[in-house]
Design a protein around this ligand. Structure first.
Ligand code: VGL
Ligand code: ZN
Length: 201
């Protein structure tokens, strides 16, 4: 996989935001829809959040926020076991995730009838980012092959420049290789695939 090497520094600047996708108990090992090694991304995300926060740049954190009878759950004929039910333990952010004060929390897929893997899906994220003059989005979180992929596709369609932090994402991999294929698809759509260590003060 082609990546910008850490030696090529990228300095976050006004117009940049960090988007941390769905780092919730249910997507972490032991959770209802646990992503293997999902917990390994937290230190890298914490470093990125600290960097953006120190530069007074916005951090957004999304959460999958489903009603108990969401259409994506098996009982409704959907593909997933129940997960991230709003206001339950499973839907909470990992306490190891050091969200800076003022982090903007975006709930998604929070109505029964609607699935949304993208953080842009059915939320006001695009309006808020455009209003703030945001041009570049740095994306990390879970899962590479669902919410990260679909968020990146929408970022592309909505005209943003976007970066995927390859060491700060992990895949569900329902089929082995789904995560790698998702990264490849994002790269084809113009995503800059970088390691989080490339971000510099
Ligand atoms: C997700 C599966 C079901 C995700 C959400 O956040 O990637 N995956 N719901
Ligand atoms: Zn979900």
């Amino acid at each position: 996989m082609e990546q910008i090497k850490p030696a090529e520094k990228i300095v976050p600047r006004p117009g940049d935001v960090l988007l941390v996708v769905d780092v919730q108990y249910d997507f972490l090992p032991g959770g209802a829809l646990g992503v293997a090694r999902g917990d390994e991304i937290i230190p890298a995300l914490n470093r990125c959040m600290a960097l953006f926060s120190a530069k007074k740049l916005a951090v957004y954190a999304s959460r999958d926020w489903h009603p108990p009878d969401h259409i994506s759950f098996h009982a409704q004929g959907g593909p997933w076991p129940p997960h991230c039910v709003a206001n339950t333990h499973g839907a909470a952010f990992s306490p190891e995730l050091k969200l800076p004060p003022g982090t903007a929390v975006i709930n998604k897929a929070d109505t029964r009838e609607r699935e949304a893997y993208s953080v842009f899906g059915g939320t006001d994220l695009d309006r808020r980012l455009k209003q703030a003059g945001v041009r570049r989005i740095f994306i990390g979180g879970l899962a590479t092959d669902y919410c990260v992929l679909n968020t990146a596709k929408d970022a592309h369609a909505l005209g943003y420049d976007y970066f995927v932090l390859t060491d700060a994402v992990r895949a569900v991999d329902v089929k082995p290789g789904d995560g790698e294929r998702a990264l490849e698809e994002m790269r084809r759509l113009g995503a800059h695939l970088i390691v989080s260590g490339a971000l510099s003060e």
